[in-house]
Design a protein around this ligand. Sequence first.
Ligand code: AMP
Ligand code: GLY
Length: 426
Amino acid sequence: MKVLVIGGGGREHALIWALSKSPRVKEIVCAPGNGGIAAIARCVPVSQSDLDDMLRVVVQESPDLTIVGPELPLSLGLVDELQRRGLAVFGPTRAAAMLETSKAFAKRFMQRHNIPTANYSVASSAEEAIKALGLFHFPLVVKADGLAAGKGVIICDTKAEAENAINGLFSGKLLGTAATSLVLEEFLSGEEVSFLLLCDGKHAAPLVPAQDHKRIGEGDTGLNTGGMGVYSTDSILDAEMTQWLLHHVAQPTLAGMAAEDAPFVGVLYCGLMMTARGPMVLEYNTRFGDPETQAIMVRLESDLFEALEASVQGRLSDTEFRWKPGAAASVIAASGGYPGAFTSGHPISGLAEAAKVPDVVVFHAGTALVDDHCVTAGGRVLAVTATGDTLENALSKAYEAIAKIQFEGMYYRRDIGHRALKKPRA
Ligand code: AMP
Ligand code: GLY
């Protein structure tokens, strides 16, 4: 089989790393890929914001299966276009991706289908939003309706902050483009869990759970990022909780989307808050998480290609998954200044030494090759990932490896897994 992966981050590197182990996969092409992916797949340039350009690459490469990594191509309807041409593609249609691309749609959908989520209100003007503030206590969460690359959620402690957020989102000052609607939402506290499932339209198969670290600073402080590190252990969700989530979240989501003529095929990523009132869905993503995928793929022992193919062909209920027990951890090395402004093009050293640490895989996120040398080319640069018998063991290998890597301005959090490490061992 020839596989084409659209995307060029750490997530795609991890997917391709797992696909390359499948005896069914003979050739992997990645568009656009990155400096690390280039070592295990042929990379071809593409603009991920240009639907015609992506279609051109798919037609030119003529793969047996196309896998869409990021949300932008999904929101542009890449899957719909490929399906129209009779091509096999893993990912949701534009209508199904609305669970991620419109937070207002997602909230109303959850309400229609009794899926547990925070109380909310949708507003389509600043005036309407400010009026609705009276319905909420503080802190309050203000969310832009559309895709915002992790920057569209603002937690407000006071009415003045909420008014600023509302005005900033509608004027375009905060995100660059003016919001046409936003969601006001009750603030929830608890631990966050990333619960990802492969879906074939009817059936959902849970992947091992993960916990992301969204903030830039240690102790979960500072600005939100795409994710600064992640770990995966089975203890994040026990078997009983997993069954509860299948029954109350995943299955109603699939049944609801099918009933609304947008059957969901692809990865359903439920961002959960485990509150004192029970688990609540904070958000849906309709794709693999980044960096969750890096920690999940190093634990996957069964064949990823077979599982993705079964999702596309509606055969997931017959598919078996095998996982490495123990733990995986992934620590992001970021460019200095991220998630704000940063510079790129800095040479990266120590990659080979880091990869020699046992059970470590260094996934590339924002890197490029210049004259055969890897340089930085993004905010999140590397995801240094390790497995271990215990979380402590996985983390110590990941940190041993990341300490061997250097580039100008490199920053990483030294406290990935801190919540789990503080808990008494089960
Ligand atoms: P989202 O894009 O909706 O996942 O939001 C990004 C991050 O904002 C989440 O991962 C949470 O850390 C935080 N967040 C979103 N909604 C809420 C909420 N209702 N209460 C508390 N934190 C939230
Ligand atoms: N790690 C969060 C995300 O992929 O959205």
